[in-house]
Design a protein around this ligand. Structure first.
Ligand code: CTP
Ligand code: CA
Length: 238
């Protein structure tokens, strides 16, 4: 007899997840990046897939394996991530966990940058022998553009925020500025081990709700968010 898979809470729903850091080239061998491990985003992608969603994971460079049942699209820069997200539309829900670089180098060098080598070079930390100025330009804001009203806007858009101070007020302001429906904020101030760590403490915000989730493993947070998304689509919550 054929096995008929049981209908799952997110069956028939498509979910886009961004995860990981971005890398912005300075020259062919150097880049600007950040300390994101991608773990929270991968956990969310895995949890949504486990509930039956069709998940597209647009991921910057990480050391993580692709979760089971997830379609992963690998990208490097913020501009590539933006283009891959637009190409994945339409989706029912978008969850932006990526640590997108806010800036990119305006004109990356086509060849490896060389130091000046003319005179004897006796620089110290206090008195460097030379300096280099890079011009940075702002990257596209993927969460804000996914949140913008229009025919392709997902029914549910979720953002993340890493803050080092004034967690709730900064997060509330950020949710409004980005135009997303839900925002999960975490405190990455001194003493926190969110980046690369296994656990996270989330302040969950909607237009009408503020809930502090207890410190939990990232996998548990992924399942909690996937459950909440399933409840949203089954009409229980706004
Ligand atoms: N984000 C994004 N594209 C960007 C920057 C951020 O999609 N270019 C998303 C992140 O994935 C996250 C949310 O926006 O879901 C908040 O990112 P954050 O860096 O906290 O917000 P910014 O608007 O960049 O503000 P800040 O000045 O605090 O860095
Ligand atoms: Ca930022």
């Amino acid at each position: 007899a054929e096995r008929v898979p049981a209908r799952q809470p997110l069956s028939g729903r498509s979910v886009l997840v961004t995860a990981g850091p971005t890398q912005e080239p300075i020259d062919p061998v150097r880049f600007i990046a950040n300390r994101s491990s991608g773990r929270q985003g991968y956990a969310i992608a895995a949890a949504c897939a486990a509930l039956g969603a069709e998940v597209t994971l647009v991921s910057g460079p990480t050391n993580l394996p692709c979760p089971e049942g997830v379609r992963r699209i690998d990208v490097t820069t913020a501009c590539d991530m933006d283009a891959a997200c637009k190409a994945a539309l339409p989706v029912d829900a978008a969850i932006c966990t990526a640590a997108v670089g806010d800036w990119r180098v305006a004109e990356p060098a086509l060849q490896k940058r060389k130091k000046p080598h003319e005179k004897p070079r006796t620089g110290t930390a206090a008195q460097p022998a030379s300096s280099l100025t890079l011009t940075l330009v702002e990257n596209p804001d993927i969460l804000a553009s996914l949140s913008r009203p229009g025919p392709d806007r997902p029914a549910l858009v979720v953002g993340f925020a890493a803050e080092t101070e004034a967690l709730e007020s900064h997060a509330r302001e950020k949710r409004q500025r980005k135009g997303c429906d839900w925002l999960l904020a975490n405190d990455v101030g001194a003493g926190s081990s969110v980046f690369g760590g296994d656990r996270n403490t989330i302040l969950f915000l909607t237009a009408t709700e503020t809930t502090l989730w207890p410190e939990l493993p990232k996998a548990t947070i992924g399942r909690a968010l996937a459950d909440r998304i399933a409840a949203f689509f089954s009409g229980h919550i706004a």
